[in-house]
Design a protein around this ligand. Structure first.
Ligand code: SF4
Length: 740
């Protein structure tokens, strides 16, 4: 019998007089949980979650603390209530209220003027992932701008472009990062799980992924974490934690591969059958002699064997630990490697992911139950697609980490246009893109900027027109699991009427489209649009889905990605040019610099991320806060208690600088400085400091950030694959100057 979708109502009854409405957070938060609004007299008074008990077969979708903070957010006194027009200097945050008609007339007029005077590429779309639901997402603005003639777009993913790139060049262009991992129910089939820069107990990476790791660990799966920090995952569910220097992960993975190969522990049959470029006998035609991965590992070309002793001074990990972990990964089968995104957000982040996938191939782990590809996403496409946009007729693209630079230099810097206008909805890139101070300077050159948001964020403060948008509670939508983790969908039923004068992003753009004479922006109402999006998917009863709230989709036949490619490679080749797992990438060999951002070798290769700078001897990393989703929620006083802003520093580094736990420090480099309390802890590696990203840039009168906004320190540099390099960042710390 064909498995059917099951529709569930994951909510308990409310108190008398309360209606309970099921939804989920629309934010780019790492999870997708049941978040129930208790509505009384048209107002959300309380949040609850899926009340059922945990079972591995049918786990409840239990909300995190941010989900429970949703009532604080929607009812926040600082919500934007009316359209605003800037009256003071750009960035000063001084505005006057205007009517919707005045605001939209001005936006339309400026769009027309700037496109006609400078071309469509002079408009930069800075919309992002503040809402990632099926209907209400950044495509609202993309659709408008692309229908209008196009724009300059920021193309690369700020979180995981390195993973996206490495997957495409290893497993083929059809490999989707959301569906190249495995179902969490498979974790228990591993004998060893290495969680590399992956801490679901901190950042959430799929609702229930921490519970599944814990469940697997309780059933005897050995769990090892590799991270510059001893994370909550390390503390709560790991047998071993290996601290590592940021940006050096590829060196350790390469050294592990060297141990396995030099000791003959590789799965040679798998390599011969499934991969390209492991050894000299399996190089593609035209590849130079000595260019195989095995030759690189053993140092046959450059004379440097990539041994644990070679890697130890680079990574800070003892050679014996690297050797032991390598032997364990090769012999304790099946073993899985789960990679997070953070090690890829480094100067050569693509090498981390490529080296991780190579390790999985060398041990024959790919496509096998209990094994993994090295990707941490889910295993199967759920078929429900987000609303998209037509192609960008201006064909003008810039890698996202270069936002500050394209604003500053435009055509003179080799970019497609001089940027005259910014359009930003569902995003806060002034705060979330690297090098905040350079972005601010670039924004001074704009002729016009429009922002939709819920609050006067660091980005909205720079706008000429600010438009108040609805939150997900005020509209209907659908959401699928974050990064493919699980097989279900949640109907986000509208819980309350739009508050104040707020409007949906889609309707704001539809109104602008009408003013601009553009046809076809919006044909039907939101519910009908959602019904159309679900047609032909596993949602076989839209009305039941809408009414009950949760659709449990049939489980995938194969819980591990690439199972059929590995089982039957003749009928199901990988989508690479060779049809194999390309340890040697034929497309990179043919075109080593695909984006003009730097050359990328065809095999995984260690490339040092930076030269030492004696002025800034500490490495900064900027992981996630449990109290925020990037910059979303940062203005919530109650929620912020769940995870305080601070900078982690090792006791030896703190002692050398006269810094005590809890005291205010100044973290600085050549790009900026911020003031933040120190947390002195041996949970962070020596020489490394950590500030949770997303705190709102809040300058004092001198422009100094006062709240720990990490991106005043990070570099607007792209990795060769277009990824951000947030975690390649050198800083120094000193006690904060006291009051004068
Ligand atoms: S993980 Fe995401 S969807 Fe789940 S409750 Fe937290 S913020 Fe909401």
């Amino acid at each position: 019998m064909t498995p059917r979708t099951v529709y569930e109502a994951p909510r308990a009854a409310g108190a008398p007089g309360e209606e309970v409405v099921t939804s989920t957070c629309a934010h780019n938060c790492g999870g997708r949980c049941v978040v129930n609004a208790h509505v009384r007299d048209g107002r959300i008074v309380r949040i609850s979650t899926d009340p059922r008990r945990w079972t591995p077969e049918m786990p409840p979708l239990t909300a995190c603390v941010r989900g429970f903070g949703a009532a604080e957010r929607v009812n926040h006194p600082d919500r934007l209530r009316r359209p605003l027009r800037r009256v003071g200097p750009r960035g000063a945050g001084t505005f006057e209220p205007v009517s919707w008609d005045e605001a939209l007339d001005e936006v339309a007029a400026q769009m027309r003027r700037i496109r006609d005077a400078h071309g469509p590429a002079a408009i930069l779309d800075c919309s992002r992932t503040g809402s990632t639901a099926v209907l209400h997402n950044r495509a609202a603005v993309q659709r408008l701008l692309h229908l209008f003639g196009g724009c300059t777009e920021l193309w690369s993913n700020l979180s995981n472009e390195a993973e996206i790139f490495a997957l495409r060049h290893t497993y083929g262009p059809a490999a989707d990062c959301k569906f190249s991992g495995r179902e969490p129910t498979d974790y228990v089939n591993s004998r060893l799980m290495i969680l590399w820069g992956w801490s679901p107990a901190d950042g959430t990476f799929g609702t229930n992924s921490p519970q599944y790791v814990h469940w697997a660990h309780e059933r005897g799966v050995r769990v090892v974490t590799v991270d510059p920090r001893a994370t909550r995952t390390s503390l709560k569910m790991a047998d071993e934690h290996v601290p590592i220097r940021p940006g050096t992960d590829a060196a350790m993975l390469i050294a592990m591969a060297q141990v396995i190969v030099s000791e003959g522990l590789q799965d040679q049959a798998f390599l011969d059958r499934m991969t390209l470029g492991f050894d000299e006998a399996h190089l593609p035609e035209g590849a130079p002699p000595g260019s195989s991965y095995r030759s690189y590992l053993l140092g046959w070309g450059d004379g440097v064997a990539k041994t644990p002793e070679w890697a130890a001074p680079i990574t800070g990990v003892p050679a014996e630990t690297i050797r032991r972990l390598a032997r364990d990964f090769a012999t304790r089968k099946p073993a899985a490697l789960h990679c997070g995104y953070a090690p890829g957000r480094t100067a050569y982040g693509e090498q981390f992911h490529r080296a991780a996938y190579a390790l999985c191939a060398i041990t024959g782990s790919v496509g096998t139950p209990g094994g993994s590809s090295g990707c941490s996403g889910g295993a199967r496409d759920h078929g429900i697609k987000r609303l998209g946009a037509p192609p960008n007729p201006a064909n003008a693209r810039v890698a996202s980490p270069l936002l500050a630079d394209v604003l500053a230099r435009g055509r003179a810097g080799g970019y497609p246009a001089d940027i005259k206008m910014v359009y930003s909805a569902v995003g806060d890139l002034v705060n979330q893109a690297p090098n905040v101070n350079k972005i601010r300077a670039g924004l001074e050159r704009l002729e016009f900027m429009v922002v939709h948001d819920h609050f006067l964020t660091p980005t909205a403060r720079y706008a000429d027109i600010v438009l108040p948008a609805t939150t997900f509670w005020e509209r209907s939508d659908i959401h699928t699991p974050w990064s493919g983790a699980g097989h279900y969908a949640i109907f986000m039923r509208q819980a309350i009427a739009p508050m104040y004068e707020c409007r949906h992003d889609v309707d704001i753009c539809a109104d602008l489209a009408r003013r601009l004479g553009l046809d076809g922006y919006k044909r039907v109402d939101d519910i009908e649009w959602l019904r159309e999006i679900c047609a032909g998917t596993y949602i076989d009863d839209f009305d039941a889905f809408r009414e009950r709230g949760l659709a449990r989709l049939p489980a995938p036949d194969e819980p591990v990605a690439f199972a059929k490619e590995v089982r039957d490679p003749m009928r199901h080749p990988f989508s690479t040019p060779s049809g194999k797992i390309e340890l040697y990438s034929t497309s990179l060999a043919a075109n080593p610099d695909p984006y003009g951002l730097g050359s990328i070798p065809p095999i995984p290769t260690w490339i040092p991320p930076h030269d030492a700078d004696p002025r800034y001897p500490l490495e900064l990393i900027s992981p996630k806060s449990r109290a925020r989703t990037h910059s979303t929620h940062d203005n919530q006083d109650i929620l912020s208690r769940a995870d305080r802003n601070d900078v982690w520093i090792h006791p030896e580094d703190a002692g050398a600088r006269g810094i005590a736990d809890g005291t205010a420090v100044r973290v600085f480099n050549q790009r900026g400085a911020t003031i933040i309390p120190a947390r002195v802890t041996d949970r962070i590696a020596r020489g490394v400091v950590s500030i949770k990203e997303g705190a709102w840039f809040t300058p004092d009168a001198s422009g100094l950030d006062t709240r720990g906004s990490a991106n005043v320190l990070t570099d607007d540099r792209a990795a060769p694959c277009g990824a951000t390099t947030y975690n390649t960042c050198l800083v120094e710390i000193e006690p904060a100057p006291g009051p004068a």
